[in-house]
Design a protein around this ligand. Sequence first.
Ligand SMILES: Cc1cc2nc3c(=O)[nH]c(=O)nc-3n(C[C@H](O)[C@H](O)[C@H](O)COP(=O)(O)O)c2cc1C
Length: 241
Amino acid sequence: MKIVVINGTEKHGVTYRLKETFLSAFKTEAEITEYYLPKDCPNFCSGCTACFTDGEAACKDRLYIQKVESSILQADLIIFTSPAYVMHASGAMKAFLDHLAYRWMPHRPATEMFGKRAVIITQCVGAGARSAAKDIKHSVSWWGVSYIKVFTAALMKDMVWDNLSENKRNSIEKKICRLAEKTSRINYAKPARTGIVCKIKFMLCRLIQKSVYDKRPESVDCRYWIDQGWLGKNRPWKNKR
Ligand SMILES: Cc1cc2nc3c(=O)[nH]c(=O)nc-3n(C[C@H](O)[C@H](O)[C@H](O)COP(=O)(O)O)c2cc1C
């Protein structure tokens, strides 16, 4: 199986340690590709909207984005990690997610995403890990992924892992090992089931594209929906791989 990890920080700190603990359940059997932000996606989205109107190849940062995205599309399991920064995902993670706005369902979601599985790992000192995970989950669910598991932890008081009490450390590690074990038992040869919420979102976006079709059928997004057969009877969850 293939795993891709999008690390929301380059630091080898607590987030890194939790991610490594999670991955240890997969290390013997999985091919793991890791990206570190901001190194692997160093620029902000400039807001030019060229990806929407002219296609993703028009993005000034296409070389960075295409590389990470191609790994995501090939992966069976996508892992996102981030510490909480001011109650949200790291700025580097947000900048990366902005670059993939064109993959949101109202635009040009990738068929492969509808069968994928994702895990989000976030942590903080006091509060913010949940909202950081929510930032990431929001994008990933709008890319078409239904199977999304979230791990969050609050270290409380001590910012440094080694300063944590043994009890606290053990309880965090136990929790992430449980999730890793559960996730490693999945049969990845079988694509994940597309949930009802995802299907409803897709059908709403289809209505939007149908109305665009009446006015601007040549638009890049509309052309994509026509080519996928989604304005007809085809659906991404029927042809995930
Ligand atoms: C810019 C910045 C903002 C932060 N904001 C929060 C926050 O809102 N809530 C919180 O509990 N911790 C916050 N922290 C603390 C980190 O989330 C915490 O130290 C975390 O364990 C760092 O993970 P790392 O070792 O992987 O870098 C912040 C840290 C930084 C550098």
